[in-house]
Design a protein around this ligand. Structure first.
Ligand code: HEC
Ligand code: HEC
Ligand code: HEC
Ligand code: HEC
Length: 202
């Protein structure tokens, strides 16, 4: 229904689809692997399993089915950082880095060892020194950060759902399932740096 209306809108106005927000949801997103033969045509199975899930990983790893990276990471640091970076990154960010550090194949899931490794711009490597800090605590006494409270009034308080065990992780900024369709799998459209200004009082 929506795509049909969109198609006719494009036909009538000559609008280019590339200027519009991408579709919502994981299907068709960068995390839809159903087109890769090794996925068996499924989406969720590459990361989650309904049974025999891996319980050895972080508590925030729901029914995890993908091989976990064992890399040691170089983490962001600076003279003005107030928070503390957790050394082992043993959190949701490790789930992401299990494909995005390039050491574990995309198709290493369900106990199988794959061969399809990530390349290109989405590959972060194990050197995270030039990336926004993750596995860092959200220091509630830091006046440069908005206090943690309940959702609605973003910009004055931040939703505690953005934090994982009190920390900022990859999933604080990104929605792995692309629920909102904001581009770059972002939780919030970053026009006017709105995503950054959710937490930073600048
Ligand atoms: C590329 C890996 C990946 C794929 C594919 C994926 N997930 Fe997830 N999922 C994650 C990660 C990582 C988390 C934990 C981080 C978070 O909650 O944002 C998660 C969390 C969840 C959660 C618990 C938190 C929440 O958002 O409710 C559910 C439920 C879930 N996924 C369901 C699904 C379903 C259903 C599919 C398939 C349609 C799917 N996922 C596909 C990686 C994935
Ligand atoms: C099963 C492997 C896998 C896991 C786990 C995974 N990703 Fe990805 N991710 C990919 C692949 C493959 C791509 C597409 C790379 C490309 O297009 O070259 C991608 C793309 C992305 C992109 C770019 C999207 C775009 O549209 O440009 C972002 C952002 C991203 N992932 C974030 C995450 C985050 C955050 C997590 C954890 C919460 C995560 N990924 C977990 C495999 C994974
Ligand atoms: C503080 C917010 C924030 C955190 C934390 C964060 N990202 Fe991002 N990420 C972004 C934004 C914003 C973009 C959009 C492009 C840009 O500004 O570089 C992005 C872009 C990306 C891309 C696409 C890069 C490309 O060139 O295709 C990938 C992949 C990605 N992030 C993965 C991750 C992973 C994995 C983690 C955790 C290790 C992570 N991000 C943590 C905000 C964040
Ligand atoms: C979920 C909350 C959150 C979001 C969203 C977020 N940040 Fe951060 N950011 C933090 C926390 C927490 C720190 C660590 C602060 C500290 O300890 O000084 C941090 C650290 C930083 C630092 C390093 C500060 C230093 O002293 O070295 C910069 C720069 C920064 N963020 C910029 C950004 C930008 C740009 C964006 C948007 C792309 C963004 N942040 C989005 C929470 C967030």
């Amino acid at each position: 229904m929506f795509s049909k209306n969109l198609a006719s809108l494009v036909a009538i106005t000559g609008l280019s689809l590339s200027g519009l927000a991408s579709a919502q949801g994981i299907a068709g997103s960068a995390h839809d692997f159903s087109g890769d033969t090794w996925s068996g045509g499924e989406i969720c199975i590459v990361c989650h399993a309904a049974h025999d899930a891996d319980l050895s990983v972080a508590a925030e790893a729901p029914l995890w089915n993908h091989e976990i990276t064992t890399s040691t990471f170089l983490e962001y640091s600076s003279g003005t950082l107030d928070g503390t970076v957790t050394d082992d990154l043993n959190t949701t960010s490790k789930l992401c880095l299990s494909c995005h550090d390039g050491t574990v194949a995309l198709d290493s899931f369900g106990g199988a060892t794959g061969t399809d490794f990530m390349t290109g711009g989405a590959l972060l490597s194990t050197d995270l020194t030039n990336d926004h800090p993750v596995s860092i605590d959200y220091n509630v006494t830091d006046t440069g950060l908005f206090p943690v409270g309940n959702a609605s009034g973003l910009g004055s308080t931040i939703d505690s759902d953005l934090l994982f065990g009190g920390n900022v992780e990859c999933a604080s900024c990104h929605d792995v399932h692309d629920t909102a369709g904001n581009g770059a799998l972002l939780r919030k459209d970053n026009a006017g740096s709105a995503l950054c200004l959710t937490c930073h009082n600048k």
